[in-house]
Design a protein around this ligand. Structure first.
Ligand SMILES: Nc1ncnc2c1ncn2[C@@H]1O[C@H](COP(=O)(O)OP(=O)(O)OP(=O)(O)O)[C@@H](O)[C@H]1O
Ligand SMILES: [Mg+2]
Length: 458
């Protein structure tokens, strides 16, 4: 049963309302605004019937305080017929509705029931939102490495500032996920997060995507379109691959940031806009500035708070946590139940260079889970490049570095050739231009025979 608080100076009215509502609600009654505020502090009030005319603290005041401190409480204003204007005004301050005091019983019951429904709906929305934002947290694996921990601490510090953030890092290191973490850390659950990948939009559409356009401003502009700058108002605009932005648009972006206003293509007046900008890039902007493809002034404007996402190979201690996380994710997706990965396989993953970073790791685990029907992932499940990487990693420590590098290359080369010829040794020897006996000798020496047997499935 929900709790309704009736606030009315007229005792008869309080009694009247209580009788109507007692069957469906727990009813509390007070005569003044002061008393109402006291009760709200102590009790879990959910709905309130509030008279606008009260001695002492007025009804409006109570309404305002309630909306600020107990935003989930739905307020219905009750008023004498001659005060209806004031009651209507109260809705602008967040009252759910108003009703005049010559109401009939049914009208009041149904109005309170509707207010209660809306409250439940709002609660669902709040709960869903909390779940979504919690999901971002849960999706962001932090791991034990110092560098990742530092980044996350920094994010917590800067998230609440409105300053521009520039996220640098190789492809697949989690730049977009980090941007979402910054956005969420700002603590405005309703605010939009608008992501634009500048590398993925056709060149000729970049400008209208960002700035929007008026109907008829160019061929194909069949209707007015809001730009991403406007869509991000009050929230975060995430500009991914900002290093790819056309040189002339860099100037326009800079102006938009400095002046806080933009103009749609074909527009006749500037439009105020305010958003937090997070930019990301995987190119070296210093180099781009030197080569004249990126504006230095824009760089300084973007680089207020730089966050550098480390490559996976530089935070390799985080790998086991990430593997566990992705195993869980793809077990769920593919309805599998892979329990884990063998220690020796984890070592192989640790030795790999991960040029595609976390995205590459995620794709690998996804593929492994999709095709595997074993309990554990073991060495032979891992693709060939990863085995090779371990070989060369252990060899960097050896003295015969060049010799080993050459045989690593040679092995790699031969395996590729064999793959091309469907592991037919005679055909491969012909392709490589060596006698069959030489190829066989090399396959023994470079331990390719074992691999060949496995591939041929015997
Ligand atoms: N810390 C992390 N925890 C869990 N998953 C992560 C983490 N970082 C990245 N990922 C996952 O890796 C993938 C790549 O991340 P994201 O798209 O954020 O990278 P990016 O740096 O923007 O890549 P690109 O430069 O290619 O656009 C995503 O699927 C993301 O969910
Ligand atoms: Mg990205």
């Amino acid at each position: 049963m929900k709790t309704v608080l009736i606030v009315d100076h007229d005792e008869g009215m309080r009694e009247n309302l209580a009788v109507i509502l007692r069957r469906d609600y727990r009813v509390l009654r007070v005569a003044t605004g002061e008393a109402a505020l006291q009760v709200m502090e102590k009790e879990d009030v959910e709905l309130m019937l509030l008279d606008v005319r009260l001695p002492g603290i007025g009804g409006f005041e109570v309404l305002k305080i309630a909306r600020e401190n107990y935003p989930s409480v739905e307020v219905i204003i009750t008023s004498a017929v001659r005060d209806l204007d004031a009651a209507i005004e109260a809705m602008r301050y967040g009252a759910y509705h108003y009703i005049s005091k010559d109401f009939d019983h049914e009208a009041i019951r149904s109005l309170v029931a509707k207010a209660s429904e809306r409250q439940d709906l709002n609660r669902d929305v709040v709960r869903l939102r909390a779940e979504v934002s919690e999901r971002v947290d849960r999706e962001f694996v932090v791991g034990p490495s110092r560098r990742t921990r530092e980044i996350v601490e920094l994010v917590q510090k800067v998230a609440k500032l409105s300053a521009t953030v520039l996220i640098l890092g190789e492809s697949g290191t989690g730049k977009e996920l980090l941007a979402r973490l910054v956005h969420r850390g700002a603590g405005v659950p309703d605010a939009p997060f608008v992501a634009v990948n500048l590398a993925a939009i056709p060149r000729e559409l970049v400008e209208s995507t960002l700035f929007g356009h008026e109907k008829g401003s160019f061929t194909g502009a069949i209707r007015q379109q809001l730009g991403k700058f406007e869509l991000a108002a009050g929230g975060t605009l995430f500009l991914d691959e900002v290093g790819d932005l056309r040189y002339d648009l860099q100037a326009k972006l800079l102006r938009a940031l400095q002046e806080g206003e933009i103009e749609r293509i074909g527009g006749t007046h500037p439009i105020k806009t305010s958003f937090r900008l997070i930019a990301a890039t995987n190119v070296d902007l210093d180099k781009a500035i030197k080569s004249g493809t990126f504006r230095e002034d824009l760089y300084y404007r973007l680089n207020v708070i730089p966050l550098k996402m480390p490559a996976l190979r530089d935070r390799i201690e985080d790998l086991p946590d990430l593997v566990r996380f992705f195993l869980r994710r793809y077990n769920l997706k593919f309805r599998k139940n892979i329990l884990g990965i063998a220690d020796s396989s984890l070592e192989i993953l640790n030795a790999y260079w991960w040029p595609g970073n976390i995205r590459e790791l995620e794709n690998l685990i996804e593929r492994l889970v999709a095709v595997s029907d074993k309990d554990w992932i073991t060495d032979e499940d891992l693709p060939y490049e990863l085995h090779m990487a371990r070989l060369s990693a252990s060899e960097t420590k050896s003295d015969k570095l060049l010799e080993r590098a050459v045989s690593t290359f040679e092995r790699n080369f031969i395996v590729r050739a064999l793959e091309k010829e469907d592991w037919n040794v005679t055909a491969t020897a012909r392709t490589l231009g060596v006698p069959l006996s030489t190829l066989k000798f090399k396959m023994d020496k470079l331990e390719i025979r074992e691999l060949a047997r496995k591939v041929r499935g015997n």
